[in-house]
Design a protein around this ligand. Structure first.
Ligand code: ADP
Length: 474
């Protein structure tokens, strides 16, 4: 019964020997440092003869001590001369220090493995418990442990096989080679294409693991980190700064141009001065509005994780916004129909932010949907939302040209505009809907946008219905 297992073990050992030899040939650095190569050899029979003499001495210490005692007693009793006793002791010491493993022959390979600290269940559990993909390699780059996340990232990784064979990216292979050769930490960033494109960072850290006899075995821990979200944020930040400065530069250039004209050629021209001052006023208002929107956006973002907790009735807020936009509505010849309940509709909200939200939606409807001549603002409490939850919905519908479907998913991006020229003419900054989305996120709500080209657009702000309202405190 035992026979087949023993031979299987031998095959395993033999194949590992071959791997070790292959690597030795391909990477000379492994053999330069005899001590370190020897440290690994304690567990791998092929290189066991290079075990450091300190380890062997510690291993043979008891034998040598007992032999020395026995020989001293024999010499003391006069049964052996000192010279012969010394010769016998040297022979025993030499035999004990010879790094053959006759006694290990009786021990199966599994037994040896069982006591290898690197291969213990504790080390395996630590690797398995790491949140990111993690692989522990021996000095030769052979996989000792890997966690589920690593197996998912690189399904070709196998225990006891060289990691280089499973990780194809040239950046990883170079970093791994360098880490093996230098025993120094290495980092590499690469683009992974499967299953989706993502930027990964690989960190290789040498980990000294104690050996059985008090030495250390240098293993390597490879961890992978998904850098894609970070890169996206970085790209968005760069885009944002570029867009914001571009948006500010345009009115600024107009202003300085007109100032030059007014100081120079049009100095004495009263009519031109009147006209230019009007344009300058518009540009200055545009800049002020942009800065205002940028500040509001950053304020909402800063408090994004803090949910508002003041109980607010939304009905008077909508009334206040519509009253404030009456002038714009009559200027654009648009009629605003309101369908709001008589009774209060309360949510946990931030008053200023809610005013900003409805102002943006209704103002957009008046500006971009003016040709429809009519805007409906309605409020539905208790509408059925996603996953069976109840929602309070405030709908702003216009009957203007609507929005082509390809633009709908991008409308809430900062500075995204369907028609840049039209938006600028209307005094738009391209930040309104982005602000609306952020305010709704903070209120744990959502924005629905529906549009049929040539038949208007509907923007609906949905707020979660409060479960039970606390009774008013007396
Ligand atoms: P802006 O300051 O340009 O109005 P917004 O973020 O509020 O920025 O809106 C982004 C773009 O969405 C607008 O430039 C416009 O092209 C489009 N849009 C918004 N509301 C409407 C609407 N009711 N009808 C048609 N297009 C709209």
């Amino acid at each position: 019964m035992m026979q087949p297992t023993a031979s299987a073990s031998e095959v395993d050992v033999a194949s590992r020997n071959l791997d070790a030899l292959d690597l030795g040939a391909s990477n000379g650095a492994l053999h330069i440092d005899g001590t370190e190569a020897g440290t690994m050899a304690i567990y791998d029979s092929p290189s066991s003869i290079f075990a450091p003499w300190q380890d062997r001495l510690r291993h043979a210490a008891i034998i040598l001590l007992v032999a020395a005692l026995a020989l001293s007693v024999t010499v003391a009793l006069g049964e052996l001369t000192l010279v012969r006793a010394c010769a016998v002791f040297i022979s025993i010491a030499a035999a004990a220090m010879v790094p053959w493993r006759l006694h290990d022959a009786a021990t199966s390979r599994e037994d040896v493995r069982g006591v290898n600290p690197v291969e213990t269940a504790a080390v395996s559990a630590v690797v398995a418990g790491m949140p990111d993909p993690a692989v522990l390699l021996d000095r030769a780059g052979r996989v000792i442990h890997l966690n589920a996340a690593a197996a998912q990232l690189a399904p070709a990784l196998r225990k006891n096989e060289l990691a280089q064979f499973a990780l194809r990216s040239p950046e990883i292979i170079t970093a791994l080679r360098e880490a093996i050769a230098s025993s120094e930490p290495r980092r590499a960033t690469y683009l992974d294409h499967v299953p989706v494109d993502r930027w990964m960072e690989l960190i290789i850290t040498p980990v000294p693991v104690p050996t059985l006899f008090g030495g250390t075995d240098k293993c390597m821990l490879m961890t992978f980190h998904d850098q894609t979200p970070l890169r996206r944020v970085e790209e968005m930040r760069a885009d944002f700064v570029a867009n914001a400065s571009h948006e500010l530069r345009t009115p600024l250039a107009a202003l300085s141009g007109f100032i030059d004209t007014l100081q120079g050629p049009a100095k004495e021209d009263a009519r031109a001065r009147e006209r230019f001052l009007g344009i300058m006023h518009t540009q200055a208002t545009r800049m002020a509005r942009l800065i205002d929107d940028l500040l509001s956006l950053s304020r909402v973002e800063l408090s994004a994780h803090v949910r508002p907790d003041t109980q607010i009735d939304i009905v008077p807020i909508v009334h206040q916004v519509v009253d404030g936009l009456e002038a714009l509505a009559s200027e654009r010849q648009v009629e605003i129909d309101m369908d709001l309940p008589e009774t209060p509709v309360t949510i946990a909200g931030d008053r200023e932010e809610l005013l900003r939200l409805f102002e943006n939606l209704i103002e957009n409807a008046l500006k971009y949907g003016a040709s429809g001549g009519r805007v409906i603002v309605s409020l539905t409490p208790g509408a059925a939302g996603g996953e069976g939850a109840q929602e309070i919905r405030i709908m702003v519908r216009d009957f203007g040209p609507g929005i082509a479907p390809e633009h709908l998913p991008r409308l809430t991006e900062r500075f995204y505009r369907v028609d840049v020229g039209d938006s600028r003419n209307q005094g738009g900054t391209g930040l309104g809907l982005s602000l609306v989305k952020h305010i709704l996120n903070r209120h744990r709500g959502r924005l629905l946008i529906e549009s049929v080209p040539n038949n208007g657009a509907t923007f609906t702000a949905c707020f979660p219905q409060p479960k039970t309202l606390l009774p008013a405190q007396s």
